[in-house]
Structure formats: structure tokens, C-alpha cells
Design a protein around this ligand. Structure first.
Ligand code: HEC
Length: 143
């Protein structure tokens, strides 16, 4: 009898330890999602981005980003095509403006990106967006 009690106690301890350990694993695997799931930019970047957009992009994409000769830059088609903040910046810095790809500075592309984000449901606030951080961002553009 004593023996089987000891075995039961050992089993209970083993199960408890396993559950506790799995909770620790679950908590740590949640961590990357929360640390990468934000993107911040300032109102000044949005304002600079809007100016740049008016100079370099508006003729093909429209003042309301509704699309003219180029596609619309808001809405669910845009979100689906671009997917994340990082892929959007990669795309625009390598391909746009269509007539002169890569011709803007990193700061100019970053502020145009801030402007596009502001038109796709993101709010200005917090630290300024940097080109390198935005390039790596896997925050989804959801619309
Ligand atoms: C001369 C016209 C023109 C100019 C100027 C231009 N674009 Fe474009 N843009 C296009 C066209 C056309 C496409 C579609 C290209 C394709 O599908 O291969 C496009 C595609 C895009 C896309 C991808 C959208 C999607 O849903 O696939 C983005 C983002 C974009 N442009 C941003 C910009 C930005 C930002 C600027 C200014 C820095 C700019 N464009 C300037 C014509 C232009």
C-alpha cells in the first residue's frame, strides 16, 4: 500500500511538472508575436509623406489613393497584394515611382509609407518609423 501511494504521488508530481513546463513553453512562444506586432510613425512623417506622394505618386494613384493608371493604395485588394509593412516598403522602394524606381531617399520612402499606413487604418503616434525597422516589419496590412 505504501508503495503504490508513493508511486501515485510521484505520478501526480510528474503530471504537475509537465503541465507547468508546457505553460512556460506556451508563454515564451507567444512572445515574438507581441514584440513584432507594432509599427509606429509620427504625424510629421505622414505630412512629409503626403507632400512626397503629391510630387511622385499622385498622378498614377490619385489624391484619395483610389487608383488611376496605377492600382488603388487602400482597401482589401491593396492589403492582399502588399501583405505586410515590410513587403510594402520593399515593393515601393524597388519599383516606384514606376517611371523612376528607387529614385527617392530612404527617408522619403519611409514617410510615403507612413502616409500610406495612415490611409489604411494605422494611427500616427509613438516613435518615428525608420527605413530599416519598417523593412523588417511583419505587421499585416489588414483591411
Ligand atoms: C507613372 C505611374 C506611376 C507612378 C508615378 C507611381 N506608380 Fe505605383 N504603380 C503604378 C502601376 C502601373 C502599378 C502596378 C504595377 C504592376 O502591377 O506591376 C503600381 C503599383 C504600385 C503599388 C502596388 C499596389 C498593388 O496593389 O499591387 C504600390 C504600393 C505603389 N504602386 C506605390 C507607389 C508609390 C508610393 C509611388 C510614389 C513614390 C508610386 N507608386 C508612383 C504606377 C505608378
Amino acid at each position: 500500500v505504501t508503495n503504490s501511494k508513493t508511486i501515485l504521488a510521484a505520478l501526480a508530481l510528474a503530471v504537475f511538472t509537465a503541465v507547468a513546463a508546457s505553460k512556460v513553453v506556451a508563454a515564451s512562444s507567444d512572445t515574438p508575436a507581441t514584440t513584432t506586432a507594432t509599427v509606429t510613425f509620427t504625424a510629421a512623417q505622414v505630412a512629409a509623406g503626403q507632400k512626397q506622394f503629391t510630387q511622385s505618386c499622385v498622378m498614377c494613384h490619385g489624391a484619395n489613393l483610389q487608383g488611376i493608371s496605377g492600382p488603388a493604395l487602400t482597401g482589401s485588394d491593396f492589403a492582399a497584394a502588399m501583405s505586410t509593412v515590410g513587403t510594402t516598403l520593399t515593393y515601393i522602394s524597388e519599383n516606384m515611382p514606376l517611371t523612376a524606381p528607387g529614385s527617392l531617399s530612404h527617408d522619403q520612402y519611409t514617410s510615403v509609407l507612413a502616409f500610406l499606413l495612415s490611409k489604411n487604418g494605422f494611427k500616427a503616434g509613438g516613435d518615428p518609423l525608420t527605413f530599416d525597422a519598417a523593412l523588417k516589419s511583419d505587421v499585416k496590412i489588414v483591411k
